[in-house]
Design a protein around this ligand. Sequence first.
Ligand SMILES: Cc1cc2nc3c(=O)[nH]c(=O)nc-3n(C[C@H](O)[C@H](O)[C@H](O)COP(=O)(O)OP(=O)(O)OC[C@H]3O[C@@H](n4cnc5c(N)ncnc54)[C@H](O)[C@@H]3O)c2cc1C
Length: 444
Amino acid sequence: MTDGESSTHVVIVGGGFAGVGCAKELAGRDGVRVTLIDRNDYHQFQPLLYQVATSKLARQDVAYSLRRLFVDDSNVEVVLGEVESVDPAAKAVTTGDGRTFSGDVLVLAAGARARFFHTPGAEEHSFPLYTVDDATRLRGRIIQLFEDAHGNPALLDRGALNFVVVGAGATGTEVAGALADLVKRTMSVEYTEDIAKRARIVMVDHGPAVLGPFSEGAHDYAAGVLEQNGVELRMQTGVSEVAEDRVILSDGTEIATRCVIWGGGIAAAPLAEQCGLPVGGGGRIDVQPDLTVEGFPDVYALGDIANIPGPDGRPLPQLGSVALQAGRWAAKNIRAAAKGKERTPFHYKDKGMMAMIGRNAAVAEIGKHRHEVHGKPAFLMWVGVHAALLTGVRTRMDAFVEWAWDYFAPMKEWEALDRSETSRIDWGEDESEDGGEGTDGRAV
Ligand SMILES: Cc1cc2nc3c(=O)[nH]c(=O)nc-3n(C[C@H](O)[C@H](O)[C@H](O)COP(=O)(O)OP(=O)(O)OC[C@H]3O[C@@H](n4cnc5c(N)ncnc54)[C@H](O)[C@@H]3O)c2cc1C
């Protein structure tokens, strides 16, 4: 797989923020050639996945063709393939269909996956939210539950519209807020208000606060907005087991549910442990400040698959902005090394943390000093920062702008539902007459 010229061949695994950021920075440059491999032919914009899951955006709004992204860049080749093995010494990877790609430089940017912490049944029965496929699957389940409850209202007494969100971090909070909004604004119109009123959203976390990594003010604000929107909070409570039709909490409570949404944590993509490179917390590949792996000067690991040391030596958080900036920085180091120059340590420009809690409700902690902003101003900042993130990987902004405008101007009552991904739920025998499955002490 060499072109016979003296150009540097860079093989990148993963077309997420990190991989695309790196490839974009190398695109159009003389003396470099890029092979970008991804199992999907699209780049997915994870910060907007929960909008797909709650029918606010369509699948194609958050999945953008990788080929189209690089259509004008003749030195970037996009390859569709599942990388199954990595040989860091040879800077080579092999895909499931037996093709091997070796380069002068290897960049591992395969992201992360949901982490279930060995909770029995969680992997089989819950709905993680990490990919576009996860989001469409979850959307299908939410709609199917409303369809079933509408067709057979007796199912309501069996917890048909009980939703349990595991994890009160940014993913759990955003999805719980959006789900509450979906129930209130869309389902009450598409179905009936009586049915929508029977929906119950429970958010569970073993920590003491909603949005743990944020400040105390943000904890209280987020909890207040969620509760006002009807989300029940079960803090300092873990999940002991997830079954097809219920979840069992650490305090012994059982909640009947056919929809457990897992926002309980992430671990590095499986490639991290398969490639034989040193791994640290979260199973992520440990990298040096210049983003290369110790002992492998031409192997980089970036984004969610890597532990990238921050200024205090602790790993930077798993964020799109970290991944995108690291991708660009790695590209600069690759070019510097090709010219015989020194690589420089990655410097992350920290713009802060933010999370959306619902319509017009967000929290933001800006800059190094974590200046705290809540409500509409934070919402607008969220939109601005994510628009910048979006333009970092592509140019199409129309769906994002339309969604943001709709979320900001609460005039439009409801969005049309896309029912294409629904699938039948097996409810077993109708147990409604004897009260159905036990719940946590309340009929739902
Ligand atoms: C629901 C959710 C909401 C989020 N919200 C925000 C937010 O608001 N702001 C923010 O900054 N960050 C947010 N994040 C985090 C952010 O999305 C990630 O940090 C970022 O996507 C990491 O980028 P990455 O390039 O490392 O990995 P990814 O974006 O996950 O990309 C990895 C790529 O590798 C490919 N891949 C994986 N394994 C293989 C293989 N074996 N072979 C071939 N291809 C493979 C995948 O298909 C994927 O395209 C959110 C994450 C989630 C899940």
